[in-house]
Design a protein around this ligand. Structure first.
Ligand SMILES: C[S@@+](CC[C@H](N)C(=O)[O-])C[C@H]1O[C@@H](n2cnc3c(N)ncnc32)[C@H](O)[C@@H]1O
Length: 276
């Protein structure tokens, strides 16, 4: 690698470096360069002959991307529900389908100014509690995670959106650290069975954010138990595409008012809302 490049030559160089390792190398080269320069696509197109230097950080990024590390971890940014969040290894990269969970919750809160207490189990980067807090100005959130690394990332995002007074982070498992009365429980828990083989880029994400136990739905069942035991009004939860039957079966003899499942953008079962 040289110390100076014209934009057009740099794009070719990065594309050639990435090509053997990842698909869409030329597009990825553009995205990495745009993130490094904090410029948009128009600037890139109209500045093909601009000379660039101080490229050490960019070349380190290219090497990480060639090793299949997710783009979002490299640039420390992720977009979710049209907002930009900080992300780093230690918290799951938010997935687009989790945006549906936000809509499912908001649908069930007709009075957006209601004073409500939410608990979130598995806050990760903080996206769920933060997006709900932005839409529900009088709601308070107790957001739990077993991972200190995830809580540190959530804290950065909560501060970014100035929600420190309405989202409280707590370290612990499930609802153990929550003794308060809760109106609404939300969660995108780990729900993949331990023995499922995942693509290599997922190996960069925290394994305790992905795997939910030997069957996969163990944490969901524990949360269902908690919701029933504590008589929480609503519980909205993301789940695996093949877990609907097991969840219905598990709730068959339990007392609740309504159970509704929702699908993701590809038409797969992806979550449920339980009214107690
Ligand atoms: C699938 S990630 C969801 C992260 C974030 N809410 C999102 O939707 O992107 C699951 C999160 O649950 C946390 N977690 C796993 N087991 C837990 C447990 N027993 N109690 C609390 N949190 C747990 C993981 O550390 C991880 O941050």
């Amino acid at each position: 690698m040289r110390s100076q490049y014209l934009v057009k030559d740099l794009l070719k160089e990065i594309t050639n470096t990435l090509n053997p390792y990842i698909p869409r190398a030329s597009r990825e080269a553009q995205l990495l360069l745009m993130a490094h320069l904090e410029c948009d696509e128009l600037w890139l197109i109209t500045n093909q002959n601009t000379l660039l230097e101080n490229l050490e950080e960019l070349f380190a990024w290219v090497e990480r991307r060639a090793n299949n590390e997710p783009f979002e971890y490299i640039i420390n940014k992720v977009s979710f529900y049209s907002e930009e969040f900080y992300i780093a290894p230690g918290a799951l990269i938010p997935r687009p389908e989790t945006e549906i969970l936000i809509d499912e919750v908001l649908k069930r809160v007709p009075d957006k100014n209601a004073v409500l207490t939410f608990a979130e189990v598995g806050v990760g980067s903080g996206i769920i509690s933060i997006m709900l807090a932005l839409h529900l100005p009088n709601a308070k959130f107790i957001a739990v995670d077993i991972s200190e690394a995830a809580l540190a990332i959530a804290k950065i995002n909560i501060e970014k959106f100035r929600l420190e007074d309405r989202i409280e982070l707590r370290l612990g498992s499930l609802l153990e650290p929550v003794s308060e009365e809760i109106d609404y429980l939300v969660s995108n828990p780990p729900y993949i069975a331990n023995d499922v083989f995942l693509e290599s880029n997922l190996s960069y994400e925290p394994q305790n954010a992905l795997f939910g136990g030997s069957i996969g739905d163990e944490i969901i069942q524990e949360l269902l138990n908690e919701a029933l035991k504590r008589n929480i009004n609503f519980f909205t939860c993301e789940m695996g595409y093949d877990q609907q039957d097991k969840i219905s079966h598990y709730l068959a003899n339990k007392k609740y008012e309504a159970l509704e499942f929702y699908k993701d953008y590809s038409g797969f079962d992806r979550g449920f809302s339980l009214r107690l």
